[in-house]
Design a protein around this ligand. Structure first.
Ligand code: TRP
Length: 451
């Protein structure tokens, strides 16, 4: 059992918590969560989402971290090691491959959306120096989607930022940046929430988000909420497993998993409570906002509030940073895998992976304009990639991870990695991971396909 990973190690418990919450907190919380709540009936979606975090996300997060820490390699090689060491079927290595494929697909559209945040930050820089204000946010957003050149430019810029950090190794730049910037993002969201309170519409936002209308719960809502729980916690594609591979052995897995889950959920709920009051205050439709939701609603608030322009700039810069600390965790698994092949350096590996993912991202970028008539599963190209990766591959990957950790890995390993849990706690983890989480994933997939 290797005590260190060849790729480097986190310097402390705090470093891991920051890196893992940096991975978890991102566009998923501030861009994706509000728009999915909007598209899926509000309260019903939020309730299922919270249930999934607790019953599916948390146990699988512990499973990913413990598998990573035991294997100490990229997902595919961690799985190879765990299976050969324990004499288990090599078939389980498919978990690593699904994970890698999901990472590539998610990063391909994540980078395009990360580019949107950079573009908006730039728009507000221009406004700060007298540029034209955004008076019709819908039209501004529409113009962005209609321009392949602008989309590809910012997608490229975002990908360059991502590959820059991953190429240098994660410890140096990122640990420090995350420590400073994540609390700032939290403060900005609190400020937006306070603005929401001032509109007098927070009550309405509250009831939209937290009053479940059970008649709205169907296979689609369940699957969207489950997929979002995986997406937001960075689970199901071995990203957290990869971060776990760099986790020193004396750190408590349940504690760090719990901390990351709490941070992630708090930021998502706060984002919802910041955005929906704006939607109600300006008479927008809370339903069916789609992926443009925050870009077509928040600029209205920024126009209205005192110091709105510098505030908007800060918001989009920090959102870009949050996306950045997540995107590196998507590039890390394929990079580590290429490094382990032993033919290229870390820099070369990061670049190789990034170029391929960038090219795949063109599907998303051009799907909004040049190929806008293309439909897959009734969705545009971006929606289709997002749906296949987040709502199908992540839950399937998570299901296999849960089953493998609970039923296949030998108990000495799982018990040893979770050694600071009492016997009762360990049993609870085992039931959640081995029965409840896989059961819920299967029921939801079943309802979606046959319901
Ligand atoms: N969790 C991030 C977000 O909410 C996105 C992300 C990073 C991710 N790493 C991941 C999603 C791994 C799924 C799997 O924005």
């Amino acid at each position: 059992m290797a005590n260190n990973s060849i790729h480097g190690m986190w310097s402390s418990r705090l470093a891991f918590i920051l890196a893992a919450s940096g991975s978890a907190v991102g566009l998923g919380n501030i861009w994706r969560f509000p728009y999915l709540a909007s598209d899926n009936g509000g309260g019903a979606f939020v309730l299922v989402y919270l249930g999934c975090i607790l019953l599916v996300g948390l146990p699988i997060m512990a499973a990913e971290i413990l598998m990573g820490r035991h294997g100490r390699m990229s997902p595919v090689n961690t799985l190879r090691k765990l299976t050969s060491e324990g004499g288990h079927s090599k078939g389980w290595v498919v978990i690593g491959w699904i994970g890698m494929a999901a990472a590539v697909m998610i990063l391909s559209f994540y980078s395009v959306v990360g580019g949107w945040t950079l573009h908006y930050a730039w728009l507000y820089v221009q406004q700060l120096f007298g540029g034209a204000p955004i008076t019709d946010p819908g039209a501004t957003f529409g113009a962005l989607l209609a321009s392949p050149g602008t989309l590809v430019f910012w997608h490229s810029a975002f990908m360059l930022m991502t590959v820059g950090v991953v190429a240098m190794g994660v410890e140096k730049g990122l640990e420090r940046a995350v420590k400073l910037l994540m609390p700032l993002l939290f403060l900005i969201l609190l400020g937006l929430f306070a603005y929401g309170v001032s509109t007098g519409k927070v009550g309405q936002a509250f009831s939209f988000l937290f009053t479940p209308d059970f008649s709205k719960i169907d296979g689609n809502v369940l699957l969207a909420a489950l997929g979002q729980a995986f997406f937001s916690m960075s689970l199901g594609m071995c990203g957290i497993m990869t971060y776990g591979a760099y986790l020193p052995r004396d750190i408590s897995i349940p504690k760090v998993a719990g901390t990351v889950a709490i941070m992630d959920t708090t930021v998502a709920l706060l984002a919802g409570l910041a955005i929906f009051p704006v939607i109600f205050a300006f008479g927008l439709d809370p339903a069916g906002g789609g992926p443009g939701l925050i870009f077509t609603s928040l600029p209205l608030a920024f126009n209205d509030m005192p110091f709105g322009i510098p505030y908007a700039l800060a918001f989009f810069v920090l959102l870009a940073v949050a996306a950045w600390t997540s995107s590196i965790s998507l590039l890390e698994p394929p990079t580590a895998f290429i490094v382990e092949k032993g033919k290229v350096s870390r820099k070369g590996a990061a670049l190789l992976a990034a170029v391929g993912i960038w090219a795949l991202g063109l599907l998303t970028a051009l799907g909004f304009n040049v190929w806008s008539s293309v439909r897959v599963f009734g969705r545009d190209l971006q929606g289709a990639v997002e749906y296949i990766a987040s709502d199908l591959m992540l839950p399937i990957g998570g299901l296999l991870i849960a089953l493998f950790a609970a039923w296949v890995l030998r108990k000495e390993i799982t018990r040893g990695e979770l050694s600071d849990m009492g016997n009762g706690g360990f049993l609870v983890w085992k039931i959640l991971c081995g029965v409840v989480a896989p059961g819920l994933v299967l029921v939801i997939l079943y309802m979606k396909i046959f319901g």
